[in-house]
Design a protein around this ligand. Structure first.
Ligand code: HEM
Length: 63
């Protein structure tokens, strides 16, 4: 059987890493601890959390 792979996987991983790191360098990300976190998942193209807690983004003054 022919095995196919994504030629852009490395590039896609680097792009996602830079995107995430950029956000984490600029914002403090928190959630309201009074909200109960759920581990329930939903399936589509990928497995995703069913209920995402509202996240609080606080801009850091470094930049
Ligand atoms: C999140 C980003 C990406 C996802 C989820 C993704 C996913 C996939 C998937 C599922 C395939 C089919 C593999 C198979 O036939 O079994 C594929 C193929 C391919 N991808 Fe990506 N890809 C991404 C990003 C990229 C990027 C950035 C590039 C190029 C710069 C790229 C280039 C290609 C090419 C050329 C193929 C065809 C490979 C072949 O037919 O041998 N992909 N990709």
């Amino acid at each position: 059987m022919e095995v196919k792979i994504c030629l852009g996987e490395g590039l896609a991983n680097v792009e996602l890493f830079l995107y995430l790191v950029n956000i984490l360098q600029r914002y403090q990300v928190r959630y309201d601890p009074s909200i109960k976190l759920s581990l329930e998942a939903t399936f589509g193209v990928s497995r995703r959390p069913k209920h995402l807690p509202p996240l609080i983004f606080e801009k850091l003054n470094k930049f």
